[in-house]
Design a protein around this ligand. Sequence first.
Ligand SMILES: [Zn+2]
Length: 158
Amino acid sequence: MSTNTKTTEPNAGDNLLMPRALTAENGGKHLMIGEFQEVVKLECTACDGDDEDCEVCSGHGTFTYRVPVGWDTIKEIYQRAADHFGVDPSALLAELSEQAQPAEPSGEEKLEALKNDAHAKLTDAEQAWHAYACECDIGPARVRAFDTYENIRVASRR
Ligand SMILES: [Zn+2]
């Protein structure tokens, strides 16, 4: 029943969130009831249209009668529009959050990430130099490797 066919892209301000139905509870009934009339032209049945003293038509032969649009009809008209154009706001919000791009990290978060990365790589280097130094034969290479390892280890403690 609800088709939701939109033929043109909406502009800002073209769309509104409105209740699904007019009810007494949401104030829609009070707002709309009795507000609309149909003007109906009727033939006078009290005279032949030639009696200027006719209380109904004053001799015009016809008279207009204002017919209030019934509450049920007002509700049906509103319902038809709501079924066709209405969008469930929760579905709309879900769609919008899917489209939302992840927020750019702030400068503070970026700095923290770089600091953590730098610390992690220094720890990696410390472990790598330690592993290498331990495998070196006794001699100058081993001494230099342990010196380097020690420098890294001390640097990371600052
Ligand atoms: Zn009349």
